[in-house]
Every structure is written in structure tokens, then in C-alpha cells.
Design a protein around this ligand. Sequence first.
Ligand SMILES: *Cc1c(COP(=O)(O)O)cnc(C)c1O
Length: 451
Amino acid sequence: MQTKILLDESRIPTHWYNIIPDMPGSLAPVINPRTLQPVTPDDLLPIFPMAIIEQEVSGERWIPIPDEVREIYRLWRPSPLYRARRLEQALGTPAKIYYKYEGVSPAGSHKPNSAIPQAFYNKQAGIRRLATETGAGQWGSSLALACSMFGLECTVYMVKVSCTQKPYRKSMMQLWGANVIPSPSEFTNAGRSILAHDPDSNGSLGIAISEAVEDAASRADTNYALGSVLNHVCLHQTVIGQEAKEQLALAGDYPDVVIACCGGGSNFAGTAFPFLADRAAGKNVRCLAVEPASCPTLTKGVYAFDYGDTAKMAPIAMMYTLGHDFMPPGIHAGGLRYHGESPLVSQLHHAGLIEAKSYRQTACFEAAHLFARSEGIVPAPESSHAVRAAIDEAVIAKEEGKEKTILFCLSGHGQLDMGAYDAYLSGGLEDFEYPEEMIRESLARLPKVDL
Ligand SMILES: *Cc1c(COP(=O)(O)O)cnc(C)c1O
């Protein structure tokens, strides 16, 4: 019996699976925040290449992966599928637990699956330079990697407080040749206006987005790249679920439940969408998105039009949201602190086709601790939410004395998150109550879209 189920490089998927033609109902339009009318390709061309804009709305079910992208995917894809036998033993569960490990990418997470094609399509469109923002640094480092592969310049506006708290991801980005600018900066109008009021501003993801978008919009040779939420990012991530399906088939299994953590929704989408295609064809498979109790977008948010960012510069989308100016508590799973959610994942949840659940961070770190002691790998704090949910599904199977096959996505490793594990081990980890009052206030400020 195999512990790692591996695929040959020739089995790297040749196409991404686009769920748009299989969605329940049509997609809500994306709205321009200035005109409050549907976004047109012309609105997006100053910051995205046409190939990406087309993928955002494509009705094609299968979209070919360019050879140049598959060539770079070979550096870590197909990623391994593990059978978590030692975790099963530790839990004494009759359930089979499998995990798809995305921490084998050079950046240590699933994010390069989208960063590589985004850099490729920009290079192809004659773009010389990409600008982006990063909080804790996972997306910034993935894009820095992708730009170095295609000879593009990369400028990353990194939230200033993260530059000091997470210096090693900054070092990774610099090693891959990126220019890392602490945000707010003097380089943009958005940054200068914040600094004029508050010279010591710690920065925020919203401010960093504004700086990166302004940078890209104001230079013809520069585009912008986003690491989650958008349809094309979910599309690129579907290599995860396609490979996992083939690997499970080799093991003679099929999952009863597919689990992934959910920030903007890209690793969940990538893992679950290929299984949702089976579900639409009549297969009995549950898909479960897991989020932090302190930022409970799918479980406590509303399904409404909202701005993609705090600065109201990003397009307005129909999605589950906690309100664009909701500032989630400072949990360690920085990648799950987004007020909104992928519109595709949101629509599927609204239609009742996927489930969602939330956990507090101490429960997640306890699960990660057990996982590290049985399976060895230290999960990223984001991924620990999926580990928690998988363990709970296995414990339910034990209580009910039922066999069950569980698949979860281990979206990244936590080797650059030792500050968070230090806090957990020293008992310094705080749990935040669901900030109901803050969310209610923020939801009162949703945009009024009247089409
Ligand atoms: C960024 C990140 C996430 C959250 O992003 P999604 O778009 O929801 O997948 C989850 N896990 C890891 C390791 C990340 O870096």
C-alpha cells in the first residue's frame, strides 16, 4: 500500500477546468466602481492582458494550458497525494484520509499555480513589468518567482507592518529579483496621501492594492496581478483537483468529502471544482470550505454586491462579504483575512452546492500540531483550517463506526510561520469572538448597485 501516490510528469493536466459553463444559473455582472455599470474589457485592459480578461468570462469548459506553463509546472507538478495513515492511526478512525500537498512548490504554497500562467500571459502581451500587493508575502513571493522565470520585472507593495514581522518572505522575493516596497510608500499618490495624514502608518492590504493598481494603471509597460478571488485564478488552480482525482483512482478510491481552507477561495476552487463536475453528473460527493471564525465570510456574511477592496478602487462583485471596510482581527492565518470571497465559490454556496464551516485559530493550531507529529509536515496556518475539518470528519466517522474517504488540500507548509507556532506553543495564541458588531456596521456600507 502506497503512502505517496505520485504521477509522472507526463500526467500534468493539459487543460484547466472552467466551471463557468457548469454554474447553476448565469454569473452576476462585475461592476465598475466609478460608473456603477458593468465592467467592460476596456475598463480592464490598462491592468490585465486580453488573454486573462477572456479567461475571466470564458464559456469554454476546458482551456488549454500553454506548453511554456506546463514546462515550469514540471518543477513541482504533479504534486504528491498522501494517504495520512499515521494520522488515521493517531485518531483511531475507520476513515481514510488523503491530502494533496501543495507545499512542494518553490514558494511553498499553491499560489504559483496561478502566478506562472499570469506572468506568461503578460509576457506574451508584451508587458515588461508586473505590480502587485502582498500581506504576509505568500502571493508576492509566488509572483516574484513567476516573474523571474519569464524575465519580467516585479514590484511588490508589501504591507509595511508585514515587512518587519515577516522579513524572510521579503528576502525570498528579493532573491527572485523582485523590488519590495513597504506600503504605504512615497511612490504613488495613494501612498503619499496616506503618509501625509499618518507618516507612521502600518499599512493595510487595501492600501497596498491601491498602490499596486495605481502603479500598473499609470504605466503602459506594467500590469497588475491578483493571487485569488477572480475567476481566472480559480481556473488555474484546477490542476490540483484534476491530479487528485487521477491519484485517488490509482489508489482505487473516491472521496465522500473534499475539504479546503477558504480565504479568497482559490485553493478551495482548485481542489473542489473538478469534483463538483462529477457531482453535477450525479456523483455523491460533498465539498466543504473552511474559514476562520474571526473572518467568517461564507458562514456569517451576506450575499451581495460589494467592493473588492477597502479603497473602493477594485471592481464591485456579487459575493459573500463581511463589508469592504471590515478589518478582521489579526489572526495568524493572514491568507484567510479577506472580507469577500470568490464570486464563483460564493454563487455555488448560495445555490447550496457546497458547504462551509468556521473554526477558531487555537482549534486549528491544535490540529496542525497533531498533524505535524503524525505526518511530519508543518502546515501553513491557513491550511491548518482544512486539517481541523478533516480530523473532525474522521472523528465523526469513528463515532458512527462508518467508513469514509476524506480528501483535503494541504495548501502550503508553515516553515516561514514559526512566529505563529511560537505563540501557540507558549500559550500566547488568542481566540477572537465572532466580531458581530463590527461586521454589522461594515455591512451597512455596501454599495447600492441598481442595474
Ligand atoms: C494564500 C493562501 C491561502 C488562502 O488563499 P485562497 O485563495 O483562499 O486559496 C491558503 N493557504 C495558503 C498556504 C496560502 O498561501
